[in-house]
Ligand binder design. Structure first.
Ligand SMILES: [Zn+2]
Length: 313
C-alpha cells in the first residue's frame, strides 16, 4: 500500500506576508521536494472542506462563526500579533482539517498505508474558542474527533513533536475527560506558549516531556524510547495521529533545540513500529511548524521516506 500526501493549492493562498515565519513558501518547499521523487510509493490527494459540524466537535460555534464571518475579506487582519487571516485564508482554514479527516478515512479503510497532511495554517495551538500562534482551527483535534465520533475508533493517540507545546490540542483532550484519548508531547521549555510543563499532572492520558535549549538528538531520542514508546505500548492505540513540526531542528531559529534532519526519519520509524504492532500501521501525520526552509525540506522528506518504508502489518 502507498503513503498518501494530502495537500491543496489553497494552503499556498493563505498569505501571511513576506516577513512572517509561517509563510506559504513552506508548503512549496515540501511539495517540490516530494514531487521530484516520482516514485510509486506515494499518492497525492486533494483535501475536501471540513464541515461546520465537524469543526464544531472541537471549537465553539461562536468562534467558528467569528472566523467565517470575517469573509469575504478585503485586507489582512490579525487575530493576535502573529495569527493572520488574508483574503483567501478561509478555504485553507476549512481544507486543512478536511485533509486530516480525509487522510484518517482513507487510512482506516486501508486504501492507503499511512499519510502526511501538508497543510497550512497549522493547528496545534488553536484553542476551543480562539486561534493563536499562527493557528486558526485545530486540524489534528478535528481529525481525532472525526475518528472517534464518526468512525467509532475508540483508542486514539495524538503525539505532538513540534518544538512548541500543543496547548490547543491538550486543552481539547482534557475537555473530553476520556482516557481513551491519549496526548503526548515532546517540546522545548521555556518556549512559547509556556504551557505543558508537566508539573503536578495526575492525568494519565496527558503526558508532556521537556527538552531544554541546547539539547538535541541524544536527549530527544531518549525521551522517545524511554517515555513516548513506553506509554504508547501501554495504551495500545487503534490509530495514531502525529502533529509533526520540524522547528526543533538546529537550523531553525525559532527554538534552541538541536535536532538534525535524520531525527525526523528516526522518530517516524519508532512511531511507525508501534503503529504496526498495535494498529496495522495506521499513522496519520499533520504538518505543524518548521520555519527554516532548508531544514523543513530535508526533514519532511526524511519523514515521508520513513512513512514509505514502514510496514503496515
Ligand atoms: Zn512549533
Amino acid at each position: 500500500m502507498k503513503t498518501g500526501i494530502f495537500s491543496h493549492p489553497s494552503f499556498f493562498w493563505h498569505d501571511t506576508g513576506d516577513n512572517h515565519p509561517e509563510s506559504n513558501l513552506r508548503i512549496k518547499k515540501i511539495l517540490n521536494r516530494l514531487n521530484k521523487l516520482k516514485i510509486d510509493e506515494i499518492k497525492n490527494f486533494d483535501c475536501p472542506y471540513a464541515t461546520n459540524d465537524q469543526i464544531a466537535k472541537v471549537h465553539d460555534r461562536t468562534y467558528i462563526d467569528k472566523i467565517t464571518n470575517f469573509f469575504p475579506l478585503k485586507k489582512v487582519i490579525k487575530l493576535d500579533s502573529d495569527t493572520i487571516l488574508s483574503p483567501r485564508s478561509l478555504e485553507a482554514c476549512l481544507r486543512a482539517p478536511g485533509a486530516v479527516i480525509s487522510a484518517i478515512k482513507m487510512v482506516n479503510q486501508r486504501k492507503i498505508k499511512n499519510a502526511f497532511c501538508v497543510v497550512r495554517p497549522p493547528g496545534h495551538h488553536a484553542r476551543v474558542s480562539n486561534g493563536m500562534g499562527f493557528c486558526i482551527f485545530n486540524n489534528i483535534a478535528i481529525g481525532a474527533a472525526y475518528a472517534r465520533y464518526e468512525l467509532g475508533i475508540k483508542k486514539i493517540a495524538i503525539i505532538d513533536i513540534d518544538v512548541h507545546h500543543g496547548n490547543g490540542t491538550e486543552e481539547w483532550v482534557r475537555s473530553k475527560n476520556d482516557e481513551n484519548f491519549l496526548f503526548c508531547s515532546i517540546h522545548q521549555s521555556p518556549l512559547y506558549p509556556g504551557t505543558g510543563l508537566g508539573l503536578n499532572s495526575t492525568e494519565n492520558n496527558i503526558n508532556n516531556y521537556i527538552l531544554s535549549p541546547g539539547e538535541g538528538s541524544f536527549e530527544f531520542r531518549k525521551l522517545v524510547n524511554n517515555k513516548l514508546v513506553t506509554i504508547l505500548k501501554i495504551f495500545k492505540p487503534e490509530i495514531i495521529l502525529l502533529s509533526i513540526g520540524f522547528d526543533g531542528h538546529e537550523l531553525d531559529d525559532i527554538s534552541g533545540t538541536k535536532l538534525i534532519s535524520d531525527d525526523y526519519f528516526w522518530v517516524t520509524e519508532r512511531v511507525s513500529e508501534v503503529a504496526r504492532k498495535y494498529c496495522s500501521g495506521k499513522l496519520i501525520s499533520v504538518l505543524e511548524g518548521g520555519y527554516n526552509l532548508l531544514a523543513l525540506e530535508e526533514s519532511s522528506f526524511n519523514h515521508v521516506a520513513a512513512l514509505i518504508k514502514a510496514d503496515s502489518m
